[in-house]
Design a binder for this molecule. Structure first.
Ligand SMILES: [Zn+2]
Length: 352
């Protein structure tokens, strides 16, 4: 089922529709759930539906044609504001929140209400969170504020207690597979299903994983780390860095690719740990099984745990915008300490 342009977010959609129908729609919502499951799409769809000037009062479905809908689609609606953390900042600055609250306090330009969407709400500073409190406590009539968060545990309790939390689940794999096929990103249902399983219910993750260049790099990296020969950490770091830089000129694109690589390695080493413990880990790509099984025989469980943790630290460091070359070099160094033990190191040519 698709509602407000989002497929698969059924639990969230049901909760919103029900409170609208009962006339108890909250003024502050917190959309919480993993990356890539439709939170932002649903927030925008909801904004359009609320601001639509031609929908029946009890229904929360935008007409798509009225002047208000046209402005929302064209990102020029005067009563809709969307803010997020600036690209070059680690946090959502208080200034952005103050501007948003001032804007919220002004009368709507078009209709009876206003909607604001705050992406990256996890990155609100304490000062910025506090700047929100008055608006959250006494929202102007007709105002709806949607905060978007991937890890609500980092939000201040004062913010949490003033919002209605709408939880988003990982998307059903069939929904992600269908989306990949619709966009021509998978050759057939089998490939689409494998990519959906790799993405673990995140559409954005599956889309990134569908990139053939990424698949090639991932294969080479896992085969090298799990192979019988050791590797030279500086050389593998240089190769990885070159691959991350191919993602685009912008640091944000390079980091996003880095997070994806680290996530894939974390999954691989988790598989090594589970195999070593005699469990049967899920393995969407059959090619991962031989290097995984070989490492499982060789490594102690604590080594595998250390490797998983090291990968997760890279994700954290990249999200905190640490200097990319440093993150990659120190990661390869640490991984090399574990994986190169007792192995002969073989240098391979650096691929550009
Ligand atoms: Zn409309």
């Amino acid at each position: 089922m698709s509602w407000l342009g989002v497929k698969g977010a059924d639990r969230a959609a049901d909760a919103l529709r029900e409170s609208w129908r009962l006339g108890r729609f909250p003024h502050a919502l917190l959309f919480a759930g993993p990356e890539g499951v439709g939170k932002k799409t649903l927030a925008r769809g909801l904004a359009q539906a609320i601001l639509c000037e031609a929908r029946p009062a009890l229904s929360l479905v935008a007409c798509g044609l009225c002047p208000s809908c046209v402005q929302v689609i064209g990102e020029s609606h005067p009563d809709l504001m969307e803010v997020k953390r600036p690209e070059d900042k680690q946090e959502l600055p208080v200034q952005v929140v103050r501007e948003l609250c001032d804007w919220f306090g002004l009368k709507p330009m078009r209709g009876p209400g206003k909607v604001a969407i705050v992406d990256d709400a996890d990155d609100l500073t304490t000062e910025a969170s506090n700047a929100f409190l008055k608006t959250l406590e006494e929202p102007p009539p007709g105002a709806v504020l949607v905060l978007i968060s991937t890890s609500i545990e980092v939000l201040l309790p004062t913010i949490l207690s003033r919002c209605q939390v709408v939880r988003f689940d990982p998307l059903p794999l069939a929904v992600v597979a269908e989306l990949l096929l619709e966009r021509g990103l998978a050759g057939g249902l089998g490939e689409a299903t494998r990519l959906a399983a790799l993405g673990e219910g995140s559409a954005s993750r599956s889309i990134l994983l569908a990139d053939p260049e990424f698949a090639r790099f991932r294969r080479g990296l896992i085969d090298q780390l799990g192979g019988e020969h050791g590797f030279a950490p500086p050389e593998l770091a240089a190769r990885t860095l070159a691959f991350l830089r191919q993602a685009g000129k912008e640091a944000v694109e390079q980091r996003r690719r880095g997070v994806l690589v680290a996530g894939e390695l974390a999954r691989f080493f988790r598989g090594v740990l589970e195999t070593g413990l005699g469990l049967e880990p899920p393995c969407p790509l059959p090619e991962d099984a031989p290097p995984r099984d070989a490492l499982a025989l060789e490594l102690e469980p604590e080594d595998a745990i250390a490797l998983v943790e090291r990968c997760l630290r890279v994700e954290y460091e990249l999200e905190r915008r640490l200097y990319l070359p440093l993150v990659v070099e120190s990661f390869m160094h640490d991984v090399g300490v574990v994986l190169n033990r007792g192995r002969e190191i073989v240098l391979t040519a650096v691929a550009e």
